[in-house]
Structure formats: C-alpha cells, structure tokens
Design a protein around this ligand. Structure first.
Ligand SMILES: CC(C)(COP(=O)(O)OP(=O)(O)OC[C@H]1O[C@@H](n2cnc3c(N)ncnc32)[C@H](O)[C@@H]1OP(=O)(O)O)[C@@H](O)C(=O)NCCC(=O)NCCS
Length: 158
C-alpha cells in the first residue's frame, strides 16, 4: 500500500473525524491545530491518518494527537507517522519527544513502547479533572494520564 506523509495543507479539509477519535475535546483539538505542526498520511488522495506535534520547550516536543481511519488500522500507519514526527523533531534540534495516553489505552501503550518510548511520569486524575464523562476501555476506567518519553538525541550527529 503506497502511503505518503506530508504537511496538512490549508487546502485540505481538517479531518475532525480523526482528530476527535484521539481526543474528544473539540477545544483542545482546535488549540492543538492552531499551535502545532500537523502531518497527514495520504492513501489515494484521501487523508487516512494524522499526527500533531507541539513544541513543549527548546529541547522537547510532544505528540498531542494521533489517529488512523478505522479501516486502515493495523497496517503500520501510526508507526510511520510517529517515525516521521520523531525525525522532524530531531531535525529541529529537539532532544526528546513526549506522548500521553490513558491508563486504559492498552493498545496505545503497546504502540508507543514498540516505537521506543518509555514510561516517564503519570498525571494522576487527569481524565477525571479534564473530561466531563466516563471513559472506559478494555474494561478499565480511564483516570490517569500516562506520559511516555523517547530520547531522540543523535549521538553521531547524523
Ligand atoms: C492507536 C492508533 C493510532 C493505531 O494506529 P494503527 O495505524 O492501527 O497502528 P499500527 O498499525 O502502526 O500498529 C502499531 C501497534 O499498535 C498496536 N495495535 C494497532 N492496532 C491494534 C489492534 N487492532 N489491536 C491491538 N493492538 C493494535 C499494536 O501493538 C501494533 O503493533 P504491531 O504492528 O507490532 O502489532 C489507531 O488505533 C487509532 O487511530 N485509534 C483511535 C485514536 C487513538 O486512540 N489515538 C491515540 C490516542 S493516545
């Protein structure tokens, strides 16, 4: 399958269907879209995946949204988007990249660790304090935000 990754262009219609799957808060999605750098996966001129990264500070970026269309999942598209975001961040001189996910998001926790992220810290009660409805996945209530971090320092400067 020929998948191309490129910037989200102003001529693209914003794929809210995807963005809201990763984050049900429209306010947060809009904030991330306005502040962040957004890349999309294209298959046959259709946007099938999206990733947004934000600059946390001089040395660190954060993945703040990632989603793939349901019928395109399980084909490595998320892994490719993460690699693209990591390469972009490294080229911008960042030393590490963060991503946060819920304690109940077992597939996402697997995905990020397979991409080289390691558990960094937990924001206790994040979902209770920031969302007005219960989120349950894999039979687990989502309450805490698990932050993972990947070091992207390029030792040889390549
Ligand atoms: C999470 C998500 C982005 C993964 O996208 P994807 O393109 O299917 O992911 P990949 O194909 O690159 O898979 C990478 C890993 O994710 C996990 N994974 C993906 N699909 C899975 C599934 N259906 N069941 C279990 N694990 C799965 C696996 O660990 C997989 O690794 P593997 O290829 O070695 O088995 C996608 O499921 C999605 O859009 N979900 C809804 C939005 C969301 O939850 N975003 C993340 C918010 S933190």
């Amino acid at each position: 399958m020929e998948i191309l990754i490129r910037d989200l262009l102003s001529s693209d219609s914003t794929p809210y269907n995807l963005l809201l799957e990763a984050d049900p808060s429209i306010n947060k999605v809009n904030r991330h879209l306005s502040k962040g750098k957004c890349f999309v996966s294209i298959y046959s001129s259709e946007i099938v995946g999206i990733i947004i990264i934000n600059e946390k500070n001089t040395h660190e970026n954060e993945i703040v949204n990632l989603a793939v269309l349901e019928k395109f999942r399980g084909k490595g598209i998320a892994k490719k988007l993460i690699k693209y975001a990591v390469d972009y961040s490294r080229n911008k001189g960042k030393k590490s990249i963060f991503v946060g996910t819920g304690n109940s998001s077992l597939n996402q926790l697997a995905l990020y660790q397979k991409c080289g992220f390691r558990l960094d810290h937990i924001i206790i009660n994040y979902f209770i304090e920031n969302y007005d409805h219960d989120i349950i996945e894999n039979g687990i209530t989502c309450v805490d935000l698990v932050m993972l971090k990947k070091s992207i320092i390029n030792i040889k400067g390549i």
